[in-house]
Design a protein. Sequence first.
Length: 196
Amino acid sequence: MLIVFIGPPGAGKGTASRKLLDYLQIPHLSTGELLRAAKQSSPLGRLAAQYMDRGQLVPDPIVLSMVGEELDKPAFSRGCMFDGFPRTIQQAKSLDDSLRQRGTPLSIVIELKADEAELITRMLRRAATEKRVDDTPETIGRRMEVYHRQTSPLLDYYRKQGLLVSVDAMGSPDDVFELIRAAVDKKKVTVESAAG
């Protein structure tokens, strides 16, 4: 399965995605980690490093080529969960085109939905208990603003394709994971019956 996981800051994406990766036994493909690790490992990585060293975003075609190289590795033969990509409609379209050419389209896009005011309260509480100095009302507000600006169009894009499944993220981590697991199991059955 190829999965895109989307959720606002504080929705529990990290916890839920770790449980899902463990459940499906597929790897996590983080474009951020991929770009950092690839700096010296390939000509493409060195090209990406030139942009990063100048503080610029790595152009989508380079990121997509690196993602394609990664997906060719045996570890990714059963799929993966994309993390940090796509972030824009253009990236989503490019990823779709690339995956279609490979004959491996996305299986499901999981959105963790949550009440924003509750998430902000949750993150401020976490900042106080865990002494996280980076979780101030200002930084949380900025992260929420970026999430809405970049992600809302992605949700509509995937909804129109019938790939988006929204999960209520306001329950306990176990309850949220059970909702995710049920959605993924349902999608797996649909995909397997279509292939058979």
